[in-house]
Design a protein around this ligand. Structure first.
Ligand code: F6P
Length: 326
């Protein structure tokens, strides 16, 4: 075991339910092993601004069940400049921080890769994003909760859609990744799921509506990821209205509701395991890696391999959607 004493911890990028549980695990594990843990508020921006405070075990009491992040978060443009990085490094030195735990998504690990090209400080990452768009882990903290939130909302929309015989286009989050759309869509029996990983053939989508109309299916639900190549819910709705002027078509953007709320049990367990693993990795000198979960076991992947390396979506899943909604 090495002599690392002072750990800095931050959450960065879009918050995700379960980030607090991860912060709790890191703080308590660090203190358990005799380390001092310093919270850095507002992600990398707080590193630049020196918004750093020493944490006690009681600072993380009563947060395992809370969404958001007690450390606050941000997407810092300044951190991606040489001047910003220098300021951030100076602040770490000023506070005698000798290792970092970084909790976030794609942007967080991009920032890490750029920073560690210039500066040497041991660090371990924890995947916290509702998008699940990172390599090196089967799940990211917050994904399970976000999908469950979307499922609950879509189920409610289905009730009213059925009552009015309406077609609904529902937009879920995912700028570059369709995992929330795919999983919520399958769970809610969506007729169509449009995701960035697959080019949308809008005529095929319209043809499927036509078939459902002719056999008088009372509900037709289309789930679209915000980053789909055709556009979001509004664009898809317009195109449908154009082709079927008599159809009662509505759209709904679920938006940031998917990022909040109490984390699911799965996200709390994942966050606790990864937070604990991150401190143990630092203690054993296994750094500049992200702690993830692969086939149920903790696994470590170098930062540079984590970015946007998400697994391709199984084409069988996409075929299945068509079969099951027929
Ligand atoms: O954190 C991921 C995410 O929720 C994406 O799914 C979404 O595109 C983006 O963040 C929204 O970011 P913001 O909250 O800055 O609008």
């Amino acid at each position: 075991m090495n002599s690392i004493k002072n750990i800095g911890i931050l959450t960065s990028g879009g918050d995700s339910p379960g980030m607090n549980a991860a912060v709790r695990a890191v703080v308590r594990t660090g203190i358990h092993y005799g380390m001092d843990v310093y919270g850095i508020r507002h992600g990398y921006q707080g590193m630049i601004d020196g918004d750093i405070f020493k944490m006690q075990t009681t600072d993380v009491s009563n947060i395992i069940q809370r969404g958001g992040t007690i450390l606050k978060t941000a997407r810092s443009k300044e951190f991606m400049t040489p001047d910003g990085m220098q300021k951030a490094y100076d602040q770490l030195k000023k506070h005698s921080i000798d290792a970092l735990v970084l909790i976030g998504g794609d942007g967080t690990f991009r920032g890490a890769v750029a920073f560690f090209e210039q500066y040497t400080i041991p660090a371990v990452g924890i995947p916290g994003t509702i998008d699940k768009d990172l390599a090196g882990t089967d799940f990211t903290i917050g994904f399970d909760t976000a999908v469950n939130t979307a499922v609950e909302a879509i189920d409610k929309i289905r009730d009213t859609a059925d009552a009015h015989d309406r077609l609904f286009v529902i937009e879920v989050m995912g700028r570059d990744a369709g995992y929330i759309a795919l999983n919520s869509g399958i769970s809610c029996g969506a007729e169509d799921i449009l995701i960035p990983e697959q080019v949308t053939d809008i005529d095929e989508v319209l043809n499927r509506i036509d078939i459902d109309e002719r056999r008088k299916k009372s509900v037709h639900i289309i789930v679209v990821a915000e980053g789909d190549d055709y556009g979001g819910a509004a664009q898809v709705q317009d195109r449908i209205k154009n082709r079927f002027p008599d159809l009662d078509v509505r759209s709904c953007v679920l938006g940031h509701i998917q990022r909040g709320g109490a984390p699911s049990y799965a996200d709390r367990v994942l966050a606790s395991r990864l937070g604990y693993a991150a401190i143990n990795a630092i203690r054993s000198g296994n750094t500049q890696v992200m702690a993830g979960i692969i086939n149920g076991a903790i696994s470590f992947t170098p930062f540079k391999n984590v970015i946007k390396g998400n697994a391709p979506i199984d084409p069988d899943m996409l075929d299945m959607i068509t079969v099951l909604s027929s």
